[in-house]
Every structure is written in C-alpha cells, then in structure tokens.
Write a protein that binds this ligand. Sequence first.
Ligand SMILES: O=C(O)CCC(=O)C(=O)O
Ligand SMILES: [Fe+2]
Length: 271
Amino acid sequence: MKDKISIEQIKNFQKNGFLLIENFLSKTELEYWKISVENAIEKRNGIKIPGKNIKVDGNDGVNEDTEYYSKVFDQMINLWQTDNYMKEIMFDERIGKMVSKLGGFDGTRIWHDQALIKKPWANPTSWHLDTPFWSFSDRRALSIWVALDDATFQNGCLYFIPGSNHKTSFKNPGIGKNMDAIFKFYPEFSNTKPIGVPMRAGSCSFHNGLTIHGAGPNMTNLPRRAMTCAYMPDGSKFNGIQNILSDDSFANLKKGDLLNDDSQNPIIFSA
Ligand SMILES: O=C(O)CCC(=O)C(=O)O
Ligand SMILES: [Fe+2]
C-alpha cells in the first residue's frame, strides 16, 4: 500500500479538495480487496445498511426519482460491520493516518464505509456534496474512493470541481436527476472547468466531503466497482441529522453529543 503522504500532496488536497494516488494498492492487495468486497456483498443478501430493512435495489416502482437513483449505483453500507475481512481492511491504521494528515486532524473515525457499484448502463452520479448528508458538520471530513475496476470516462469515473471545498456550505442540494442542480446553490462554480479523474484498478482518490463531485454514466456492459469510506475527525458532534444512524442510536442522541460510539464509529488512528 502506498501510504506515504508528502507535504506537497497535503497542500494539493487542501487547495483542490481532492487527491489522486495512483497504484495505491499492490496487485495482491487489490485482489484481496476485490474478493473481500465481493464476498461481503454476497453475504448481505441485498441489505443496504445493517440493522435497517432497506434493500439495495430499493426501487418502489412508483416514485420515479427513487427508480432513477436506484440506477445510479448500488450502495452497500458498512460492510465492516457484517464481515471480518472487510473490518480488517477498513480498520487499517495506515489509511487512518493518511486521512488525518490530509484532513489536518489528530484522530480518524469511520463514519461509514460503502461499496459503490455502477452496474452496466447506470445513470450518472449528479454533482453533489457528501458532508451535508452526514450526522456531524465538520469542514474537514473526507472520503477515500478505491477503484476495484479501472474507472474510465466510459464507465463512470469521478469528476471534481477544484477548490469548491472552500466555498460550499452544509446546505444539502441532494443527488437528483439534474446534473446542474448544484449550481442553483453555488452559481459561482457553473463556469469552472471540472477535472475528470480516470484511474486504474487499485488506484484511489481522497476527496473532501464539501468538494463538488460526481461521476459519469456507465456506458459499458461491465460494472464499475469502487470501495469507499467516509471519515470523521475524532471529537465530531451530533448535528441532529439521522443519515445512516439506526433508529435506536438516533433516538438516544441529542444535538451536540459526541459521536464516539466505537461500535458505530470506530477510531482507526490517533496521533
Ligand atoms: O462512485 C460514484 O459514482 C460517486 C462517488 C461519490 O460520490 C463519493 O464517493 O462520495
Ligand atoms: Fe459523494
């Protein structure tokens, strides 16, 4: 694993809001991640989030928007909670340390992991922000996105709007059908040139959760698979949003409570 982060990379990440690391995983590591993700997904039987009875193909056949979104990607959340191989992969302290350096904080907790599978002919992932969906509000929160297949302009690689991380807010424009919806909230970026980030399988990118980002459609007959994880700085506090929290945890939290339950948000690195 290429886990060394230079000062230059930290500066680039903080300036642009994203960073590509080519050949992050070795060939052997990539094979291990792929098999582990495949097995963990198979065991889930289509359950999207542990403890919640939501199926990954949650198309209710009535709401057109739900149907559209179910064809953006399949999301399998918190594989670490239902599979020990994924737990070992996600608890890797080296990744926690990279995250803390890029984000500029001392302790790294997992918010949630998620496999993101764009099936053949998947819809694009509209421009969006991540952090406004989450149950804490911290401008430093970030994610890793590891390509399990080559991610190309044809099959739905990521795109970023560089520097947008400095200007966006916690208002949530969502992930709808219209690619330009985000620019109603942030018109100042409607003329900014986005950067597409194709990458070979085993490479990864990190992005700040307030960087405007999205992905193209999958115009190929093969899946585009990625394994991702969202991280929060240790010390983050509950903001009142449920997001992926179970109904029980949600009912027991008050705004301002520390999100430090290791069974939900394990700490994977502390400086
Ligand atoms: O994989 C995708 O299509 C989108 C990924 C994304 O939005 C994320 O990892 O935050
Ligand atoms: Fe995202």
